[in-house]
Ligand binder design. Structure first.
Ligand SMILES: CC1=C(CCC(=O)O)c2cc3nc(cc4[nH]c(cc5[nH]c(cc1n2)c(C)c5CCC(=O)O)c(CCC(=O)O)c4C)C(CCC(=O)O)=C3C
Ligand SMILES: [Fe+2]
Length: 377
């Protein structure tokens, strides 16, 4: 018997809180059977979203943090980071490039499948894209989330985004637009590991020669609240274990067995709430105190060089390193690396051929569930 799963396809339930449909419904997991012949399918790249200009910044931040108890001072602080880039997040052009690269790769392999792009927090919103796909006659959508790992923010919330979009496009006789299934977590796929390993190797090569063999390798990922980490994945703590596995595989692909650290960046929320530690800046101080002279930071937790990378690492962490006199190089992310793009095609083909659903495709009903604060502050 299939386990109760997060329901991506709640159909037409306009009177229900969309998030309840996701949380409480024991839905049917996508079956391990091939896609029906002739069904009109599409791929949706589902991402976080980011502002496109000055005036978008605060409304965007309010979208991200609605009802989440993030202090206003933190929002104003983060708004400043965006304003350093004219209010334009790099995430949009990163996603446009990824969509183009996936489209070109599918075409090059003779796979006739349209690729759409939608976001949780900013235009193009997932609800609007779902409507577009419905209008275009798409019947089934494979969803690639731009996060490789388990956690509420990186997995479950993307399931919720899809369920919300499906409810938004429901109308009498046309419930939910296309049906959906999320592609599984891909942190451990050879393509994702290869893309990150190439980036790490390139970063090492940018170090002055005398530091290459001894530089400390430091993997980073977005910090999350301890409470969110505790319930990530079916058995808890999957965010940390998946990150550790991905970082280990990436380092081993460059230099088998070389030591590395996994630390956290970009924490948010009120100081009273514990998040995963140590922070990358504190970690750099500790390394320097231990006599280390050079570091390579590789943001394994992210799939593109968006703001959390180009500000929090290239600016803040780099500055910390400079104060300490540490030689600092930051490795790139998967971006549009051909191995990463090919991996997306492989995940897609695996699902279309009827492979057994893996974690992230069909999640147990309570997987990654976190209780949000009762009232927005
Ligand atoms: C696990 C995780 C990922 C990785 C998985 C994934 O990629 O989905 C991620 C990605 C991202 N986070 C991003 C930006 C932000 N995250 C925030 C806030 C938060 N992130 C959280 C977690 C994560 N975040 C959490 C638990 C919060 C607290 C509020 C809440 O519980 O939701 C805030 C609010 C202000 C602040 O407090 O920092 C912003 C602006 C951007 C866009 C960057 C750009 O614009 O280029 C991206 C890709
Ligand atoms: Fe975030």
């Amino acid at each position: 018997m299939p386990r109760a799963t997060v329901d991506l396809n709640p159909g037409q339930r306009p009177d229900e809180d969309p998030s309840l449909a996701v949380r409480n419904n024991g839905g049917t997991p996508p079956a391990a059977v091939p896609a029906p012949a002739g069904r009109r399918e599409a791929l949706l790249v589902l991402s976080f979203g980011g502002p496109r200009g000055h005036d978008d910044v605060m409304p965007f931040l309010e979208n991200v943090t609605r009802g989440r108890g993030v202090p206003r001072e933190r929002l104003l602080d983060v708004a400043e980071h965006y304003h350093h880039f004219g209010g334009v997040s790099p995430i949009n052009e990163q996603n446009e490039a990824l969509v183009a690269a996936i489209g070109a790769d599918l075409a090059a392999h003779g796979i006739d499948l349209p690729v759409y792009w939608g976001n949780r927090n900013w235009d193009p919103y997932v609800e609007d894209v779902w409507q577009q796909m419905a209008d275009d006659g798409i019947e089934h959508v494979y969803v690639l989330a731009t996060s490789a790992y388990a956690s509420y923010s990186g997995c479950r919330q993307y399931h919720e985004d899809v369920a919300r979009a499906r409810i938004a496009v429901s109308s009498p006789g046309r419930p939910g637009g296309p049906t959906a299934e999320k592609l599984p977590h891909y942190f451990d796929t050879p393509g994702f590991v290869r893309a990150n390993a190439d980036a790490l190797a390139a970063a090492l090569a940018r170090l002055p020669e005398e530091h290459r063999a001894t530089a400390r390798l430091v993997a980073t990922a977005h910090s999350i609240p301890d409470a969110m980490a505790a319930v990530a994945g079916p058995d808890g703590h999957a965010y940390e274990t998946e990150l550790m596995a991905a970082a280990r595989a990436v380092v081993d692909a460059v230099e088998p067995g070389r030591e590395f650290d996994l630390v956290w960046q970009s924490r948010s929320g009120p100081p009273s709430v514990p998040w995963l530690e140590p922070d990358v800046n504190d970690h750099l101080r500790a390394l320097s105190g231990n006599g280390e002279t050079a570091v390579v930071v590789f943001p394994i937790g992210f799939v593109s060089d968006h703001l959390e990378v180009v500000w929090d690492l290239d600016n803040e962490a780099e500055e910390t390193a400079a104060e300490l006199g540490l030689v600092f190089v930051r490795a790139g992310t998967a971006g549009t690396h051909p191995a990463f793009v090919a991996m997306v095609r492989e995940l897609l083909q695996e699902r279309r051929a009827g492979a057994e659903p893996r974690l992230g495709t069909a999640c147990p009903a309570a997987c990654c569930f976190v209780q949000r604060p009762a009232a927005p502050r």
